[in-house]
Ligand binder design. Structure first.
Ligand SMILES: [Mg+2]
Length: 194
C-alpha cells in the first residue's frame, strides 16, 4: 500500500478554485450512504452470537440499541476497510462530479483507527474523488455546503443548506421533517442530476 493518496487524480489549485467558485457544493456522507456499514454490523453480530438479525429486529433502533457491541467493532482497525459499496453510488457520484463540487464528508475522528481505512476504501471504490474533496472530520456542524446527503438527523438538522435523508434502519420510521427522504441512489440521481 502506498503512503500517498490518489496522486493520479491530483487537481491543480487553479482548477480546484475554479470548481468551488462555479458549482454548487454537495457533501456526501460515507456510512449508510456510500458504504454499507449495516451489512457489516449484521455480519459481526451473527459472528458473535450466531443469530442473523432481520430488518424487523433492527428497524427504528439506534446503532447501539440494535447492536450492543458496536463500539468494539468500530474501534477495531480495519473494520471500515472492506465495507460493501452501496448499489449505484459509484456510477451516480461519478456523474454528480460533472455538475457539483462533490465532497465526501465523514465524522470519522471519533474512531481514529478508521481514518486510514476510510481513505484507502475511497481510493479503491471512488478513485475519481481527489484528496482535496475528502473531509474526515469530527462534528459536521463545521461543514458549509449547498446540499448534504446523510442518514443522521444529528448532521442534517444543523446543516443550513438542502438536506437529503438517506433511509437506513435507524431512521426508517422517523418523520423526515424538513429533510427530503431518499431510499437509494437511483432516487438521488433523479433529484440531483439534470
Ligand atoms: Mg452515515
Amino acid at each position: 500500500m502506498t503512503a500517498s493518496y490518489n496522486s493520479k487524480v491530483f487537481i491543480d489549485n487553479k482548477t480546484f478554485l475554479f470548481k468551488i467558485q462555479k458549482m454548487k457544493r454537495l457533501a456526501i456522507d460515507m456510512d449508510n450512504v456510500i458504504a454499507d456499514i449495516t451489512e457489516a454490523f449484521l455480519n459481526s453480530h451473527e459472528r458473535e452470537t450466531g443469530v442473523r438479525l432481520t430488518p424487523n429486529d433492527i428497524n427504528g433502533k439506534m446503532e447501539r440499541e440494535a447492536f450492543p457491541t458496536v463500539l468494539d467493532w468500530v474501534n477495531t482497525e480495519g473494520y471500515f476497510r472492506h465495507l460493501a459499496v452501496m448499489p449505484d453510488s459509484q456510477r451516480v457520484v461519478k456523474q454528480l462530479i460533472e455538475h457539483y463540487d462533490v465532497f465526501i464528508v465523514s465524522a470519522a475522528t471519533q474512531f481514529p483507527t478508521c481514518l486510514n481505512d476510510k481513505m484507502f476504501w475511497l481510493q479503491d471504490h471512488f478513485p475519481f474523488i481527489g484528496w482535496q474533496n475528502i473531509c474526515l472530520c469530527g462534528s459536521k456542524t463545521i461543514i458549509k455546503a449547498d446540499i448534504l446527503i446523510d442518514d443522521h438527523f444529528k448532521n442534517l438538522d444543523y446543516f443550513e443548506g438542502e438536506t437529503l435523508l438517506y433511509t437506513t434502519f435507524h431512521n426508517v420510521f422517523a418523520n423526515e421533517g424538513r429533510h427530503k427522504r431518499v431510499n437509494n441512489w437511483l432516487e438521488i440521481e433523479q433529484i440531483l442530476l439534470p
